[in-house]
Design a protein around this ligand. Structure first.
Ligand code: ATP
Ligand code: MG
Length: 413
């Protein structure tokens, strides 16, 4: 086939044979969020570029290398959102959501755009489910949002995850840690990759997140932030751990988790799943107590996370028992076969009535023969067929045939 167009690299089509998985996941995630008091917000796909530079961070990989930035026809600098939090914070401020009842709890499903190297589980357009909770600085808020993430994963049959938690402190303790890290990394500078040599100057914490083998080797013995936390940050982290312990939520304290976005403070966490031998982060988030005020709003502590929907689908696809889970029931309940023009018109009313009762109903739209209609009903795996002709209209009833068992019952119009 000589196609005129192909989809751009790093994008994906979700086909009808797979869309039921998306519908299932999205419905479950939103439903679970609702149970915790979160309400959905929808924000624009693009924002002023400055919003992301100021929030995600000028020296983050996302802003430095991955953003889709363009100038619009009025020379405004616009960016396709690379993540959800910044736009949601902007919308919450612009619409005064943070001057109403706090905590404010928002959830969303949105597309994100990052110019990354496409590989397994990594796309240039991907989708996130996310939540943001504004107005609580309590570790109980951290706990409840993490518990909700566990609940969400369980509700979509994902159980084999490992929860990694860490604290990256506040602006006070982080400065001291940063200095210790710079001292250590400077001693090992020659073994760092070129990018990390640069990071050492601009954003040393990022080195901990580097995926290069040589850097990971150096990172192994680097000072850890947990040893530098101030009393307040230490207490916060201990309290969170107590809540998790009490609820028997298993976790690993992983001091190497720093996250790819600059706005985090105190708690950060990731849910990681090993799939075919490699680790995939399906959910990442944490506390960001300064972002709202950094963007010009009132001082408002906040906590949130993002889940990658494509990665959740990937894991769902790898479940051994996917077919037994019965996630879909979108097959045609009743395929109405019509024999002439009169029965076609009659079938319109019957279809309407059955659809209003909740059934999935289809009928012939091509004027096909009885045999061809039967064949089509089989192809779409219709559960039942109902044949309507002149005799049936006169009799006021027709035969409803169960396509699986071939059992026939009387259907009265
Ligand atoms: P990673 O370490 O895998 O690059 P990240 O730290 O960049 O992830 P976040 O910005 O926290 O990820 O985004 C939250 C979630 O969105 C991730 O945990 C992941 O599931 C998903 N995600 C991030 N980038 C991509 C991508 N390029 N393609 C598909 N999913 C992604
Ligand atoms: Mg990334």
């Amino acid at each position: 086939m000589n196609l005129l167009f192909k989809r751009p690299r790093g994008t994906q089509d979700v086909l009808p044979k797979d869309s039921y998985k998306w519908q299932f996941i999205e419905k479950k995630l939103l439903e679970t969020a609702t149970k915790y008091g979160f309400k959905e917000i929808r924000v624009p796909t693009f924002e002023h570029s400055d919003l992301f530079c100021r929030s995600v961070g000028d020296t983050s990989d996302i802003v430095e290398k991955e953003m889709y930035v363009f100038e619009d026809k009025s020379s405004r600098l616009i960016t396709l959102r690379p993540e959800g939090t910044a736009g949601v914070v902007r919308a919450a401020l612009e619409n005064n959501l943070l001057s109403e009842a706090l905590p404010a709890k928002l959830s969303y499903i949105l597309s994100c755009f990052r110019y990354e190297k496409p590989e397994s589980g990594r796309l240039r357009e991907f989708h996130q489910f996310g939540v943001e909770l504004f107005g609580s600085s309590s570790p109980q808020a951290d706990y409840e949002v993490i518990e909700m993430a566990v609940e969400m994963l369980n509700n979509i049959y994902i159980n084999n995850f490992i929860l990694n938690i860490n604290s990256i402190g506040c602006s006070n303790c982080r400065e001291k840690y940063k200095q210790a890290l710079i001292n250590y990394m400077t001693l090992n500078k020659n073994s760092l990759c070129e990018l990390c040599k640069d990071r050492l100057e601009k954003n040393p914490l990022r080195i901990l997140d580097c995926k290069e083998k040589s850097c990971q080797y150096i990172v192994k013995d680097a000072p850890v932030i947990l040893d530098f936390l101030c009393q307040d940050c230490k207490d916060h982290f201990e309290n969170l751990k107590q809540y998790l312990d009490k609820s028997r939520i298993n976790y690993i304290v992983n001091p190497k988790i720093v996250r790819g976005l600059d706005y985090y403070t105190k708690t950060v966490f990731e849910f990681v799943i090993n799939i075919n031998g490699s680790d995939l982060t399906v959910c990442g988030g944490g506390r960001y107590d300064n972002l709202v005020s950094d963007l010009g709003g009132p001082s408002t502590p906040a906590f949130g996370f993002g889940m990658g929907l494509e990665r959740l689908i990937l894991i769902l696809d790898n479940l051994d028992n996917l077919d037994n889970l019965k996630l879909k029931d979108n097959k045609c309940d009743i395929y109405i076969i019509t024999l002439d023009e009169k029965s076609r018109i009659f079938a319109i009313d019957i279809s309407k009535k059955l659809r209003s009762q909740g059934y999935i109903v289809e009928t012939d739209l091509l004027g096909r023969s009885l045999k061809a209609q039967m064949k089509y009903a089989n192809k779409i795996s219709a559960k039942n067929t109902l044949v309507i002709g002149e005799n049936e209209i006169l009799a006021g009833k027709a035969s409803l045939k169960n396509m699986e068992t071939s059992e026939v019952t009387e259907f009265i119009f």
